[in-house]
Design a protein around this ligand. Sequence first.
Ligand code: GAL
Length: 718
Amino acid sequence: MKQSICCLLPLFLLVLPSFSQDIRWEAVAPGVWKGTTGTPEAYDLWSAAEPSPNMASLEKLGEAEFPLSKGEIIGRQQDGNTYLKFPLQREEQLFGFGLNFKTIHQRGRILRLHVDHYGGEDNGRTHAPVPFYVSDQGYGIFINSARYLDVYAGSASRLDSKDPAEARDRNTDPNWTASPYSDGVEVLVPAEGVTFYIFAGPSPLEAIQRFNLLNGGGPMPPRWGLGFTQRVHRLYNQEEVIREVDEFEQKGFPLDFVGLEPGWQSKSYPNTFAWDPVRFPDPELLTETLNEKGVNLNLWMNPYVSPEATFYDRLKPFYGSHTVWAGAVPDLSMERAQEIYWANFKRDHVEIGVGGYKIDEVDGYDRWLWPDVATFPSGLAAEQMRQTYGLLVQKQSTELFRQQNRRTWGLVRASNGGGVSFPYVLYNDYYNHRDFITALINSGYSGILWTPEARASDTAEEWLRRFQTVVFSPMAMINAWASGTKPWTYPEVEAEVKAMALLRMQMIPYWYSSFARYHFEGIPPFRGMNLEPGFNEVDGSSGSLEGPTDLESNPYAEAVRKEMKDQYMAGPSLLVAPLFSGETSRKVILPRGNWYDFYDGSFAGNGEIIDVQARLDRIPVFVKEGSIIPLMEPRLHAPAKGEVVDLEIRHYGREPATYRYYDDDGYSFDFEKGAYTWREFKVEKDAQGQWKGLLTPAAEGTPTTIGAVRWKFMTSEE
Ligand code: GAL
């Protein structure tokens, strides 16, 4: 008898998994569970990114209940693929799935998550198709696969659903719908197994924090990375670059790093990665001259190697089967290939003082990348390489700077899940201003960063409006590689553009501490409105579509129903509501709680939709009740390593406030060894009822860069 059970068992295992759920669960961190189904592939997103989880911060977030019913999660193998299903409640809304440009709400969408240049449609083909989504019910799900994933995010209805869509009569029933209700997110993974992770909240923001922290937390930029950057025309030579840097200084426009486009190389593209001897006869002198002027240099590259590169032959055993723009594609998943490849960057760029890279064209377009039939010497599939190449180049190039103990801040055109901690900001060739803001909002749901770069504009007004939004983004950049524009190109708005650029500089202390929150706590510096407390807490409808829908009895109705695609949170306290070319006014939804005008401290509203008249020189920004915003003097360059600066500490509102200010040398990786401090600015009333400000001391032996402190109480008492 015993024997026969034994013999039956393998048969039983063979048959049953395709009909039942088969998930091995493991708790991996507080509030984070790993599910495994089938036999996962050896190479996944984390094999490429190798993130180091921030367990200490995850511990601080604390334990939480498993947020779903395990019995309703399905993972099984069918037809050589893995099928996953995660349950959805009736009114649930989903966010994430990477860098989408047109949609914030993802429920009902059908996506193929596929690294690509964004093609104008949110269909999963994008620069960072991160397989992570977060629910307004306060949990998140990440699928750790380096394959193209088919996602039905609540679009399909199963016959065996426990809450099935109702069959209605189209002829007579006004409630008939072409999109019947679906009770789950279903995913097809083209592999015989996969691991996935469930992140508890309880709030959606906490689920995102856990996801970000498990991926190592956000990157800490150098302070100079938060200043202003100009990418110059692609064929500029050394002298022209220096002249342009001097022009910024003379005209009083801030500048922290200059980006050289393909023309710095002797041939490109494909690339030699060698300085062009005519345009750049003395690159050492260039970096030295710029560094003395307080300006860093960033180099454009795409990774594809020209037959004329000095190391072309040495890398030969490590090329993929196909070329990109006739350049060979190094298999950067292989250690030996990495060593040969990056040694050149280290010697010719990083060691002479280059501050970072713009890593282009690691996303697509299909025509310009290796095809899916390509093969690579490591044996990885072309598809796996495509999904992870952006991660590989970010990780490996960051190491070059880490070896020198200085931070970098660069640009990349592709990323994916696992890349949270890399010091790179995404960009692309698309140029729709509104969609750029939607992408900025979406970046916060997926552990990525995005810049709505300014290139050129049809009108001065549009130029200023675009410029205003780059100032409130992770990288304040003009990309003039083709246009040759400068911040002062449109004389009608030159003064306004300059004021915005200087405001960006004043705000560096605020931006820096916001990034520290991303690094240490996993809170995205730029976020969608539904993550803001008070936005969804609608009386009687809490984030659902129920409750009164007329705006009079429920001022939140619009907020709850509406996809917030054009206003966002920046750092802990600021609500940014950009204006677009041609607009003279806009509506802004202020969450519950008092909000104040950033520029003059006046009361703006509380839990209501306000009409804002468009002043050309201002991007509407509102500050939460009881907030402190640390600013420094307007200046042309970010503080140097460890430089002490005076601060203006602004208090907004009528409530006392506490602000946690992060400090370190702003330049090196010493913070990873504990060389940092969090200090508190506090505002409270004294015995006479007057506001007074306090600053807690730095912990002993930790760096401090705070000089004199001037307090400014922005909101008058009346
Ligand atoms: C594009 C990139 C642009 C610019 C250009 C230079 O692919 O998106 O920003 O760098 O290449 O050729």
